[in-house]
Design a protein. Structure first.
Length: 760
């Protein structure tokens, strides 16, 4: 939201007042409150007829400083984000000239009775500032509204990322972004997952602790600053110190919620009925058995909306005409070693048998006149389950429990974005403007909590579309309604990378696109990308997405990359556990691993898959790809081609057939693989192959070994001295193979006992 007319003037409808000095302050053991009037006080007359900002500094996590700016101190109606307070040690110092508030290596310094600013410093070096007239108490004289604004300074080369799953450019500089969940597809400025948190290339992050609409201007209204504003009388934000981007994400997720670890089986291939296709038991089993007959491993089968009757979403009842024996069907699927997922949303259509019950018991969002808030968008007469009502939550969970008792394993929690604001009344009196974005947290929390209760915490997983701050506790999320076009494939990746820089660990997308019909070449290229994502699902709207309906090469392509992903699970699940522990996403922008290489900060068409593998998807039918390799030795694990990029990073232009793409292991990598795996969940300690890629002389490297539940089971360590490699392994069963990849050649050895020395 823009308030100024160029650099010097204010737009006529607004009046902006800013704190001009810290006139007084108050200290407690864990907070500092500043009193900052809107002009400098020279004598007692200046203390009359004058507004003031009350600015409170706190620290919930070491290295994180919160700033709450208040004009009028008015009560706030919920909801509020659920934040963690670790009660770190705080240091507050003050003298006649300066006040400082320190947490860890982050300090906020403020001049006392001088020009107002808040200088945020990491170990004495400024990382960003709230400068004079950056903070604003803003009156809209036409609309009779009030806003609070902050502007934080930017460095000359500073780049900004994040703000949720955004499909605009990966680097957010120059963009205007409203944090407001909308069902807008994957090809516009709107987003399903809006997160008021951004990450700076300078090694800090900013989280705006406001669940309502937050308006960001990223080097746009003022090209030297990031700006954020909200309607109301107060604004709170947190500056999160690094010094690395990974450190920022760690502290952010410690503050807003640890990323939960999905079950291992969820990393396998998910196959959907698709949306508006004609499906029944016969169709479902034909597709499942078709995958089996072609030796393509499948871990989850998903039933989309029409498992229920149309116009009745949601009634949580199987359409008896299409599925006369759902329990029997689920058993058949389970007997093939496959999990079952069913679609749901938080809306109840008027035709649903549940509507009258929910209406009469007060389980829906209401209008001010007491009637249910309804509209015809999506399903006729939709009502919205009110998750601020504890009884409504239990009622909704009770309907889902019936499905779990039938044998359903997990849910696709669709929608949750188009939540009413105008003339909307919530059970607990929450502010509808704050509820709009937060609704998805309450919705997915209710479903995820039930799954934990019924299936166990280590088995809980949803497939969610919408998200807000803290939703990383309810994985996984997929990218929404994309198009069956290469451009949309690239848009999806860009949006996913932004999302994964916003505190989330796991992400998926509809392989080959949701809308329209995919071509065979797009299907194959997107399959490669999809199976090299944290979670992998074939899904569409009007088209079945089984590979044999495209061509025979699509079958080979699907089998190859499903087999590849399953073989990589000992490596991937260890990386996923690291995501759970640290907040570093499993799929990650390249710069998270190469912060010293400025070229990586702009890459939006490639990514790291865990810490050791780089993926460059191909976005055209010709197989042409241009990608960047940071300095080092890289090995394409599909072709064994080695790239020696020893004198700095390098751009490459190459061409690949439909069964290959750039999938490169960085030097000094230990990657555990299990060829022939039939599902994503298996015993990762049982004789995995130990792949060693370009181990440097003098190197001593190691990797953790985890089991299929994510527990640490052992480690593999490698030391190189000259032409000798000493490999030590603990926690592995049997006699694993050791495959040494060097200069395009592969030499195979066996691990006898816990240690072996190899001459290469």
């Amino acid at each position: 939201m823009k308030f100024t007319d160029g650099y010097w003037l204010t737009r006529p409808q607004y009046e902006i007042e800013s704190p001009m000095e810290v006139f007084d302050y108050r200290k407690t053991v864990d907070s500092l409150t500043l009193y900052a009037p809107f002009k400098k006080i020279k004598d007692r007359n200046d203390e009359l007829n004058l507004g003031m900002s009350t600015i409170k500094l706190t620290s919930p996590v070491e290295g994180v400083i919160g700033v709450k700016m208040t004009h009028f101190d008015q009560p706030t109606h919920g909801p509020s984000f659920q934040l963690t307070d670790e009660h770190p040690k705080i240091e507050i110092e003050a003298d006649d000239h300066q006040i400082s508030f320190k947490s860890g290596e982050l300090t906020a310094q403020m001049p006392y009775k001088s020009d107002f600013e808040i200088d945020f410093q990491h170990n004495g070096k400024t990382i960003t500032k709230s400068m004079e007239k950056a903070q604003g108490s803003i009156t809209d004289k036409v609309a009779h509204k009030h806003y609070m604004r902050e502007q934080l300074s930017m460095g000359i080369d500073e780049l900004i990322y994040g703000l949720g799953e955004r499909f605009t450019s990966f680097v957010k500089n120059g963009q205007s972004v409203d944090i407001w969940n909308q069902d807008g597809g994957t090809g516009s400025e709107q987003a399903y997952k809006n997160i008021p948190f951004y990450l700076s290339s300078e090694g800090y992050g900013v989280f705006v602790n406001q669940p309502e609409k937050v308006s960001f201007e990223i080097a746009s209204e003022n090209v030297d600053r990031t700006q954020f504003s909200v309607e109301g009388e107060s604004l709170q934000y947190y500056v999160i110190d690094g010094p690395t981007p990974k450190d920022v994400l760690n502290k952010y997720t410690r503050l807003t919620g640890q990323v939960s670890l999905p079950p291992a089986w969820s990393f396998g291939l998910w196959l959907s009925t698709s949306f508006t296709t004609d499906y029944r038991e016969e169709t479902v089993m034909k597709f499942i058995d078709g995958m089996r007959d072609r030796h393509i491993p499948l871990d989850v089968f998903h039933f989309d909306c029409f498992w229920q009757k149309g116009f009745e979403w949601c009634n949580f009842l199987w359409d008896s005409e299409q599925f006369p024996d759902p329990e029997g069907l689920i058993k058949k699927i389970h007997d093939r070693g496959i999990k079952v997922c069913v679609w749901l949303n938080p809306y109840i259509a008027q035709k649903s048998p549940l509507f009258e019950e929910g209406r009469d018991k007060g389980y829906f969002i209401k209008r001010e006149d007491g009637n249910v808030w309804q509209w015809d968008l999506w399903q006729a007469g939709n009502g919205f389950v009110d998750f601020t009502n504890p009884d409504a939550v239990k009622w909704y969970q009770g309907k889902l429990k019936t499905l779990l008792d039938m044998g359903v394993d997990c849910f696709k929690t669709d929608f949750g974005e188009r939540i009413p604001v105008e003339d909307a009344v919530f059970f607990d009196g929450s502010d509808p403007k704050r509820e709009h974005n937060y609704y998805t947290y309450q919705y997915n929390d209710a479903v995820y909590d039930l799954l934990k209760q019924e299936k166990g915490e280590d088995q809980a997983v949803v497939f969610a579309r919408s998200a807000t701050v803290g939703s990383q506790k309810f994985p996984v999320h997929w990218g929404g309604d994309n198009l069956s076009r290469y451009k949309s494939m690239a848009d999806s990746l860009r949006g996913g990378l932004s999302f994964l820089l916003s505190g989330f660990g796991f992400w998926s997308h509809d392989i080959s696109g949701f809308e329209e019909h995919a071509t065979p070449d797009l299907y194959k290229r997107w399959t490669q990308f999809g199976l090299l994502s944290s979670h992998s699902r074939y899904h569409g709207s009007v088209q079945y997405k089984v590979p044999w309906l495209f061509d025979e090469e699509a079958v080979a392509n699907t089998k190859k990359f499903v087999d590849l992903k399953l073989s990589l699970m000992p490596y991937l699940f260890n990386e996923a556990v690291n995501t759970h522990e640290t907040g570093t996403p499993l799929m990650r922008p390249t710069f998270l691993e190469y912060t010293h290489d400025r070229n990586t900060y702009f890459l939006e068409h490639e990514y790291m898959f865990g810490s050791r593998l780089l993926v460059a998807p191909i976005f055209n039918a010709e197989g042409n790809v241009k990608y960047y390799l940071p300095a080092g030795k890289w090995t394409n694990i599909l072709t064994e081609k080695v790239y020696d990029v020893s004198k700095g990073g390098q751009w490459l232009s190459e061409q690949y057939d439909n069964l290959t793409l750039p999938l490169l292991a960085r030097e000094n990598s230990i990657i555990l693989r299990k060829p022939g795996a039939e599902h994503a969940e298996y015993d990762y300690t049982d004789r995995p192959d130990i792949h060693l890629y370009e181990i440097e002389g003098g190197a001593a490297i190691s990797t953790r070994v985890v089991d299929e539940k994510g527990n640490a089971a052992g480690a593999v360590k490698v030391v190189r001295n000259g032409n000798q490699l000493t490999v030590t392994a603990t926690g592995l069963k049997g006699t694993p193979k050791i495959l040494v990849h060097e200069n395009g050649e592969v030499k195979t050895f066996e691990l006898q006992g816990d240690q072996v020395t190899i001459q290469i």
